[in-house]
Design a protein around this ligand. Structure first.
Ligand code: OOG
Ligand code: NI
Length: 461
């Protein structure tokens, strides 16, 4: 088939993200309630805060907001991870970043599959946080063997989706009809299966070692465990959840409330009890939960170091893990420590703390032939010829992810694996290197500078 008859990966991702949202709404009705709350709050912010709406119009995020969401899955073997990577590649999603969750007592390491170019992100920013179970961190050898044997027997992909992945790799794309089949078939990998693959006793054994191990090993596939919409005001969501009958976790993960949000703030609500059919008995399992996120500026390495330092200092001052009992104190400490992080875009730019997008303004375009027009970026900004907005953070945060895992797994699931980052092993399992998110932001910033310079007919470094 000629290449121009292929559907773009961006379009397949858009279809898949919408299909996933429909599926999850059916499986977890509370997700629908959450979408309503998020949509109400977003409408209100857009109506009441014209500066926020204006910034989102500059960057185009206003158009992607309603369909913006991320999901999370956990796979059991290297082979599953490698095939998931091939499946996501059909939709233009590449592995970005490496996250080691072992210091937080979660025996997984992870990456985020997502689109990497701003034009693709604009069409669909759908991302999937994908974790690989690390059986090597389980010290009970017989249990490790049991888990390995069970996982070796399952196949989490339909035969048809495997064919379509291979076809895509061979031909370089899929036709519209094949893309539709691909989406429908790929969805099977992510749905919830109420039939477990193990006996009630095996489930108990796995569960006793770690609830997460049971969640990965005892089922037919890596059910999507949450699907997270993006809000413009997570504090309003946190406050509004109880009235909708949803109990949020004690604290919002990530940076504090700011005029100019940075990175990622997240809250979640507890997993649902689901009925499960073990091979020999009925039982239940808590697999899935709800989560909401608010996204802000992507930070440079320097900005990220400052963020990490302030978060560490906050936690050290708290002297423990943020929970129900110390939630108020945690909020106060977080706000006071983060006073050191400038809450002003111009200052963040001057200090090199965040990545930005640059736009030629009407004024800049109108005056592009004037002799006395400035020719440096700062000069053009000062003269109102160039406007800038922060690049939105498209990734995740390991400390926050650990907090989300913990609140979902329950505090009794605290385990200790020490720090066991092993990016090489992860990449070997994946069959690919993960991309460096900072390099991606730097490239996007560079492209916007370039486009701006061309529009204005100047040279900007
Ligand atoms: C993933 C938890 C991490 C996030 O948004 O940080 C995550 C999981 O529970 O599998 O989704
Ligand atoms: Ni999440």
């Amino acid at each position: 088939m000629p290449a121009h008859h292929f559907v773009s990966p961006d379009s397949i991702r858009t279809q898949f993200s919408a299909a996933m949202s429909r599926l999850y709404k059916e499986e977890v009705p509370l997700y629908g309630t959450l979408l309503e709350l998020v949509s109400e709050v977003n409408q209100q912010i857009l109506a009441e805060q014209p500066d926020v709406a204006q910034a989102l119009r500059w960057t185009g995020e206003i158009e992607r907001l309603d369909q913006e969401r991320h999901g999370a899955i956990r796979v059991g073997t290297a082979e599953e991870l490698a095939t998931i990577a091939r499946l996501f590649a059909v939709m233009g999603m590449l592995p970005v970043g490496y996250y080691d969750l072992s210091p937080a007592g979660v025996p997984v390491h992870s990456t985020a599959f997502r689109a990497v170019h701003e034009q693709s992100l604009h069409i669909s920013p759908f991302r999937v946080f994908t974790s690989l179970l690390r059986l090597e961190l389980i010290d009970d050898l017989s249990l490790r063997e049991l888990a390995r044997d069970i996982l070796a027997k399952r196949s989490i992909f339909t035969p048809r989706v495997l064919e379509l992945i291979a076809q895509h790799e061979r031909d370089g794309g899929l036709s519209a009809a094949d893309a539709e089949t691909f989406v429908e078939q790929a969805l099977h990998t992510f749905r919830w299966h109420p039939q477990a693959t193990v006996s009630a006793e095996q489930y108990q054994q796995l569960h006793q070692q770690h609830r997460l191990i049971a969640d990965v090993v005892a089922f037919k596939g890596p059910h999507i465990n949450h699907l997270t919409p993006r809000t413009l005001d997570i504090d309003a969501i946190q406050a509004g959840m109880p009235a909708k009958g949803i109990a949020p976790k004690a604290v919002v993960e990530g940076p504090p409330t700011r005029r100019h949000p940075i990175l990622l703030r997240q809250t979640s609500f507890k997993a649902l009890q689901e009925t499960v059919a073990f091979s020999d008995a009925q039982g239940s399992h808590t697999a899935r939960f709800g989560e909401i996120e608010q996204r802000g500026a992507a930070l440079t390495a320097k900005g990220r170091r400052l963020y990490d330092r302030l978060l560490d200092a906050t936690r050290a001052a708290l002297g423990g893990v943020p929970a129900e009992a110390n939630a108020e104190r945690y909020r106060t400490l977080l706000a006071s420590h983060f006073a050191e992080f400038p809450d002003d875009l111009a200052q963040m730019r001057e200090q090199g703390l965040a990545y930005f997008r640059y736009f030629a303004t009407e004024k800049g375009l109108a005056e592009r032939t004037r002799q006395d027009r400035p020719d440096t970026l700062q000069g053009l900004i000062d003269a109102g010829h160039v406007h800038f907005e922060a690049l939105v953070y498209e990734d995740f945060l390991p400390v926050s992810a650990a907090g989300i895992f913990q609140s979902n797994l329950g505090d009794d699931a605290q385990a200790h694996y020490g720090s066991n980052a092993n990016r090489e092993a992860f990449e070997a399992a994946l069959g690919l290197a993960v991309l460096d998110e900072l390099a991606l932001y730097a490239q996007a910033e560079q492209r916007s500078l370039q486009a701006c310079a061309e529009a204005l007919g100047v040279t900007l470094a």
